[in-house]
Design a binder for this molecule. Sequence first.
Ligand code: CTP
Length: 446
Amino acid sequence: MVRVITYGTYDLLHQGHINLLRRAKELGDYLIVGVTSDSFDRGRGKLNVRNNVLERVEAVKATGYADEVIIEDYLGQKIDDIQKYDVDIFAIGSDWEGKFDYLNEYCKVVYLPRTEGISSTLLREESQAVYRIGIIGSGRIARRFVPETKVVNGAQVVAVLNPNQKEADSFAQIYGIQAYTDFEQFIQNVDVVYVASPHLTHYDYVKRSLLANKHVLCEIPFALSKSEALELYKMAEERNLVLMEASKTAYCPAFNHIVTLVKSGIIGDVVDVIASLSKQVLPPTRELDRLQAGGAMNEHAPLTLMAIIKLLGIDWKDVSFHTKLENGVDIYTKGIINYPHATSSFTLGIGVKTEGNLVISGTKGYVYVPAPWWLTDFFEVRYEDQTKNKKFFYSYDGEGLRYEIQEFLSMIVNNRRSCYKLRRKESVAIAEIIEKYHNGENVSEI
Ligand code: CTP
């Protein structure tokens, strides 16, 4: 009996898939079809898949060509499968010509003709509404944002707003989009807004965008006080709009996996979380400017607090800070957040360099995420018995903003107003801690 294996995502199953499966089946007597898992696809940067793995498996089964369906969940699995299932022929579409020649060592590799003119990508594009994104602000993060939208279906940056005409024009020219200096004109020509303006303008721009009935993705720090955050989320809810804090790490696959693993008890009860983030900057820069809400807290607390809050929750007992100021700006701040059953600390620097790692300690083991933990692509779960240690590898594609953009649009499309990856109440809690620092509550200078 000749055993054939083939692999694919099989999203929105189409005629190209059916032809491929038929041809693969004709190569032998028994066809095994490997369907990628959702996490495997996300991990390799395929973020737009519409059908979940169960739906995709059902669709493949319904073609009637597969004798057996398996799930592809990790890189290198094909070699394992070919040996495990005693496969004679590995078949795949001709768009992969040459890419799987390395499997010749284990079985015969056949590239089958691909059906022209159809693909899941095309079908997704055809059925996807396109959201015209307007960016407020044209600084560094806005420049990183535009290329990231290119890999997310339905995202199209069309406009930039900057009250400074020259800056607006120069940004617009680079990306071939429309420049505006007037908010009212800008907002009429966009469907959704990405706020990437200076910190102190976030509140006002978010509010005005919501009042204009636009969904908003707002850069960090989303808000500098609890009341502002609450007010904005309430306003979004009343208008049935998505308002999302652009906490990029919260939406990336590897960080999500850390949270779910820890919550499932892999390191026992969590007793301590230590998160550090430092990026040294040189003057003149807004990060060192008091009048532009610079400082390590405003710059880096949102991501580190997000990690602590995702892992330990929002019911802390007390919060204290130790801070080093220069020209009215904190160049270094260390914070301690105590919970009834755990403690945590964060170390932030813009004028002091620290190791930027994340360590989550539990009663059975700990999770170590090396610097830069906020661009999470690797972590290790470690135990006293080192033979039980496990390393996890992920890809953190591009600038990593694609994950939040994808989530933002998915919330709009699917009419979701809250996302478990960063709940609104967690976002409010982040603003509350930042506010405590600015109010001088339990702050000691060093
Ligand atoms: N395939 C094909 N003809 C097409 C599309 C896909 O023969 N028009 C084949 C692929 O070569 C592969 C299998 O179908 O062997 C599964 O491919 P998959 O990546 O799931 O399908 P695509 O439509 O190419 O998906 P995407 O656009 O997301 O890459």
